[in-house]
Write a protein that binds this ligand. Structure first.
Ligand code: C5P
Length: 397
């Protein structure tokens, strides 16, 4: 329930993507939000208001001259009662109206009369999106401080493939949750590693580990929500990329090392969450290793570079944060790692508490001593970690 108590005015304009808006309402309600739906006349041609009324538990507004509103100022009341206005889908026509400050129906009047932030999720045919007029309007809206969510790329209802699809309801909910997070890392650049690495033995085999990547992806999401520009360098992890995060996929520890070193110098924060394999096979067999009756082959291992220690050793390093996953003696090993890698903060977790799951327990080890975070979901812990990192940034910079 990440939107408890939040009041959302959800505008729906006339586009085929309106068929996804009932699902959006359902997900917002599930997260604890109050949703007031406002539809344009064209939107009601695509989907009946009664659907939204049933899902939101509130009558839908679409008529500027609605006699249910005693003072006939629905646009003012709706704006006063909202923490945020989200228009999804937002048609090309609606974006054009917004850009020019037109107010010829209830939703556009509400948008003009708002005293709360406005987010729009454009949805239209690829050519309409690419049209210079739409692009000019979008640039105007961006300059006016209106958040533009999407559009996404892919198959379109018109049979074309390209940019113009509304981003999915789940992503819109994530964007709203992000919107309400404090912007503690605004203007900061954060680089992270996540997931396992895969060290090839031959073309089909390799050495890897059971890291799911969930904790690293949660921290990337929390940093992005906090306003940072985030680059996430991930080993083979089957996790969705958090909205607004730049993801670079790598396979081996060496690849991860070179991707990190390419970006590290320009960052404010580096967080190493990947479970990098300590060792890799010295050579990778060109062909699949066969059973040849000569007994088991020996695989010679060599040590992988320590990415975190190398970033911390840069002439002007970003604020470096490491993770220590241990099965025993967490405090002792974490402190030892902090000294050995010369990093100001090590985040310790017991493998049995968090590996692969959705929840975790974390303890932060820094110059201030050990700070246990309350047990929780990985995203809750990631937000608490980001808040702690923000306080350290203020101290060191
Ligand atoms: O040395 P150890 O693997 O226990 O340390 C864990 C921390 O160091 C994590 O933050 C991990 O991402 C980072 N690490 C690294 N490169 C390695 C090994 C670990 O960046 N080769």
């Amino acid at each position: 329930m990440e939107l408890t108590g939040k009041r959302i005015a959800l505008g729906i304009t006339g586009g085929i993507a309106a068929y996804k808006s009932p699902e959006l309402v359902r997900l917002l309600i599930k997260e604890g939000a109050t949703v007031q739906v406002v539809m344009t006349e064209a939107a009601t041609r695509f989907i009946a208001p009664v659907t939204f009324q049933a899902l939101s538990g509130k009558p839908v507004f679409s008529d500027q001259w609605d006699s249910r509103v005693a003072n006939n100022m629905a646009h003012i009341d709706l704006s006063r009662d909202a923490d945020v206005i989200l228009v999804a889908p937002a048609s090309a026509d609606f974006l054009a109206k917004l850009a020019h400050g037109l107010a010829d129906d209830l939703l556009s009047t509400l948008a003009l009369a708002r005293d709360c932030p406005l987010l729009v999720a454009p949805a239209m045919n690829r050519q309409m999106w690419e049209n210079v007029a739409t692009q000019r309007n979008v640039a105007t809206l961006d300059g006016d401080g209106i958040a533009i969510l999407g559009p996404a790329c892919g198959d379109q209802a018109c049979g074309e493939i390209g940019l113009g699809r509304m981003i999915e309801p789940e992503a819109l909910v994530a964007a709203l949750i992000a919107f309400f997070q404090p912007k503690r890392l605004s203007g900061k650049k954060v680089l992270l590693t996540a997931g396992p690495t895969f060290e090839a033995i031959d073309p089909v085999r390799g050495i890897t580990n059971l890291s799911s990547g969930k904790m690293g992806f949660a921290v990337a999401r929390a940093a992005q929500e906090a306003g940072a520009e985030v680059i996430l360098i991930s080993g083979p992890a089957n996790q969705p990329t958090p909205l607004g995060v730049t993801r670079i996929d790598v396979v081996s520890g060496l690849e991860m090392h070179s991707a990190v070193m390419k970006h590290a110098a320009r960052q404010d924060v580096f967080i190493g969450i990947a479970a990098v394999a300590d060792y890799r096979p010295k050579t990778v067999a060109e062909h699949k290793i066969k059973k040849d009756g000569q007994g088991a082959p020996a695989i010679e291992l060599v040590q992988n570079p320590d990415i975190l220690a190398d970033v911390a050793a840069l002439p002007v390093p970003p604020l470096c944060v490491g993770f220590a996953a241990e099965s025993t003696n967490l405090a002792e090993y974490a402190e030892r790692k902090r000294k050995a890698k010369k990093v100001p903060l090590i985040v310790g977790n017991l493998i049995q508490d968090g590996f692969g799951g959705d929840n975790n327990t974390l303890t932060l080890f820094d110059d201030g001593g050990a700070t246990p975070l309350p047990a929780g979901s990985k995203i809750e812990l990631a937000r608490a970690l980001v808040a702690h990192i923000a306080t350290l940034l203020v101290k060191v910079r």
